[in-house]
Design a protein around this ligand. Structure first.
Ligand SMILES: [Zn+2]
Length: 338
């Protein structure tokens, strides 16, 4: 497996050194599966400012549709011709149809009775129950709609990550149409199998474990690492080589994944990161799709709260970061020993 880095060197005359010539370098990294590129800049990482969501949490509590007094009054129920349960419930979690769908199957899983939970305040049971609720819904969809194979459990945490509500919730999708990510990955996996003996994800895990620079560790069913060519400021990847469908995470694996996510969320909190996006990808049926999780922080850069998503990611599809995946891996390992 090739982990290709193209080092770019840029020369200019530096006003801070009496216009002496200087050379600055950056890296273009090529994703070993898809060939997509990401850029790692050699800039010092600025300390992020801790954002206080207290006032936003208080200001939105009264009208929140996901708070316990409202959630069962004003959220939709599933059509009984599609799944056997009107709403899926477990612990504090409750899964119901998304009233603003963008696919043939879209659901929301409210994770907690509490209106606001900071990034480092999640418990294992809250995340486990929300994952299991979502997984049960996804599993129940397939008998009536075998074509909706692109199944994912997604999380926009807080407005900076695209959430319109503060109240913690997951977005659950099951579609017959691949997103760009699924299409790219599926194509690349097919190519990989045609030219290699093994399967990509198994090869990636064994290769990364051998190199050790980006390998965080193994839990029972998940291998955790930081992506060589990150899709965001950093990109924590959890690969589940022994699991194939959402129903299989119910029980021990959901508990284990929730435990790992709690650790990663706490780590992000320790860097004053307050928001993130997460996707947990499954693909039902044929082919060798290995379920995996990706989690990227969402960052507002001081002092103006500048979005980390600029023209490069938005219009060139090129992620840009100042955080080296190897440094992030070390820091996560220090904070959490799987
Ligand atoms: Zn609420």
């Amino acid at each position: 497996m090739v982990f290709e880095k193209i080092i770019k060197s840029c020369r200019f005359l530096d006003p801070f050194q009496s216009y002496a010539p200087v050379e600055k370098t950056s890296e273009v990294r090529v994703d070993p599966l898809t060939g997509s590129t990401s850029r790692i800049l050699d800039f010092p990482v600025k300390q992020l400012e801790k954002q206080d969501f207290g006032p936003i949490a208080e200001g939105t509590r009264q009208y929140c549709p996901f708070c316990p007094s409202m959630v069962e009054q004003i959220t939709p129920k599933f059509d009984p011709s599609l799944v056997p349960e009107e709403r899926y419930k477990q612990g504090e979690a409750i899964c119901f149809p998304n009233a603003f769908p963008y696919d043939e199957n879209g659901a929301v899983t409210v994770m907690s009775r509490e209106h606001y939970i900071p990034i480092d305040g999640f418990s294992i049971h809250l995340i486990r129950d929300a994952l299991e609720c979502s997984a049960r819904y996804l599993a129940d969809l397939l008998p009536a709609q075998p074509e909706v194979v692109y199944q994912s459990i997604n999380w926009n945490f807080l407005p900076l990550a695209g959430s319109s509500l503060v109240h913690p919730h997951l977005q659950v999708m099951s579609s017959s149409t691949a997103t760009n990510y699924y299409a790219t990955i599926s194509r690349a996996l097919k190519n990989y199998v045609s030219v290699h003996d093994g399967e990509f994800w198994t090869d990636l895990i064994s290769e990364e474990e051998k190199i050790g620079e980006r390998f965080i560790g193994n839990t029972d069913s998940v291998s955790w690492l930081t992506a060589f060519a990150p899709m965001g400021a950093f990109d924590v990847l959890g690969v589940l080589p022994r699991i194939s469908a959402p129903a299989e995470i119910i029980g021990a694996s959901a508990e284990e994944i929730a435990g790992a996510l709690v650790e990663i969320l706490r780590f992000m909190g320790s860097l004053n990161i307050t928001s993130f996006n997460m996707a947990f990808y499954f693909k039902a049926g044929v082919g060798s799709f290995t379920p995996h999780i990706r989690l990227c922080p969402r960052i507002a850069l001081p002092p103006l709260g500048t979005s980390e998503i600029n023209y490069m990611k938005m219009l060139h599809g090129e992620p840009l970061t100042t955080m080296k995946p190897e440094d992030i891996c070390l820091a996560i390992r220090d904070a959490w020993r799987p």
